[in-house]
Write a protein that binds this ligand. Structure first.
Ligand SMILES: O=P(O)(O)O[C@@H]1C[C@H](O)[C@@H](CO)O1
Ligand SMILES: Nc1nc2[nH]cnc2c(=O)[nH]1
Length: 346
């Protein structure tokens, strides 16, 4: 009989639970009220490697497509997944152990399919910290994708434009981020490190792949959209409130170009797992940094900007996926040549 990871965990006598609140580990007997309370309070990293593997296996049993490229759709950008052919859709509530999507504009389903013949898996809806989930839970689908075979990730989001030149409808290729939640000690990689995904300490200077960013700029030129494609720095805040004027002024002086409430936890998890990452923000609104400005940002506007830019974003993402698949094939054949020459030499 196959061991269900939950029952396996339940049969282990002791388990360590990490509390990001107190930054400490405590040992709990499985099945004791203490552990149950810790899990209920989301203070324990509950997704063991084996549990994540069982989720990946559950999906692989139900779908033939084996994607190596994953896509995360931001607010108002879910229709990117509608471009897929040979679609196989899994609402999050049917996938074992998946959190539920609660935000308007995030459908809450995992969609497998093909983009111009390239197999991809798309998160049509993501998880945010402000929904009440800890960051390791928000980013668990990235690890599931990794176990399915995904090694390149496209991450999209809607963000407020802080840079004075940015206008709603602009596309900002992310070259870096400021992890404000990380400054406060909140990080999805906290807790016992799972070496099978990646090392304890990771460098971040190459997280946003330069070659992919250059391809995106070239594609933008080919599409004739370079006048509204930017490259900049995204800062993540926990939300759900939008920022105060004082907060925005502070962030502007720190070199931040756009502000949002997602993406960074996914990028950290994907980079830790060795994935190649391309990320962009759709600038959905201007950030108000003037006390005389009465304009108030709202979520409906964020969704509407996504709809407005839908056709061009679909084209950008499709061309990026084709390019990523090409790069992967090139590196696969280079590896084959390498191993063939090794066989010849020895
Ligand atoms: O999921 P993303 O980051 O695209 O969503 C942004 C941030 C908030 O969730 C929401 C605010 O309107 O849009
Ligand atoms: N934090 C933040 N997230 C956003 N998502 C879309 N617009 C905004 C914004 O202005 N601020």
């Amino acid at each position: 009989m196959k061991t269900d990871p939950i029952s396996f965990a339940a049969s282990s006598p002791m388990r360590a639970a990490y509390s990001p609140l107190t930054h400490s580990f405590s040992s709990f007997k499985i099945g004791t009220p203490n552990l149950d309370a810790a899990i209920a309070a989301n203070n324990s990293n509950f997704y063991t490697y084996e549990l994540l593997q069982s989720i990946a296996e559950w999906l692989k049993k139900r779908v033939d497509i084996r994607p190596t490229v994953g896509i995360i759709c931001g607010s108002g950008l879910g229709s990117l997944a509608d471009t897929l052919t040979e679609r196989n859709t899994f609402p999050y509530e049917v996938i074992p152990h998946f959190p539920k999507s609660t935000v308007h504009g995030h459908e809450g389903q995992l969609v497998f399919g093909k983009l111009k013949g390239v197999p991809v898996v798309c998160m049509q809806g993501r998880f945010h910290y402000y929904e009440g989930y800890p960051l390791w839970k928000c980013s668990m689908p990235i690890r599931v994708m990794k176990l399915i075979g995904v090694n390149q990730l496209i991450v999209t989001n809607a963000a407020g434009g802080l840079h004075s030149d940015y206008q709603p409808g602009d596309i900002m290729i992310m070259k870096d981020h400021v992890n404000l939640m990380g400054f406060a000690g909140n990080n999805p990689l906290q807790g016992v490190n799972e070496e099978r995904f990646g090392p304890r300490f990771i460098a971040m200077n190459r997280a946003y792949d330069k070659e992919l960013r250059d391809h995106a700029k070239k594609i933008s030129k080919d599409l004739g959209i370079e006048s509204f494609v930017r490259e900049g720095v995204y800062a993540v805040l926990g939300g759900p409130n939008f920022e105060t004027i004082a907060e925005l002024r502070l962030l502007k002086t720190c070199g931040v170009d756009a502000v949002g409430m997602s993406t960074v936890h996914e990028v950290l998890t994907a980079h830790h797992a060795g994935m190649r990452i391309f990320a962009f923000s759709l600038i959905s609104n201007k950030c108000v940094t003037d006390y005389d400005d009465d304009y108030e940002v709202n979520h409906a506007e964020v969704i509407d900007t996504g709809k407005m830019r839908e056709p061009i974003l679909k084209e950008l993402v499709t061309r990026m996926v084709l390019k990523m698949s090409e790069l992967e094939n090139e590196s696969a054949s280079a590896n084959n040549i390498d191993s063939a020459s090794l066989m010849f030499d020895y």
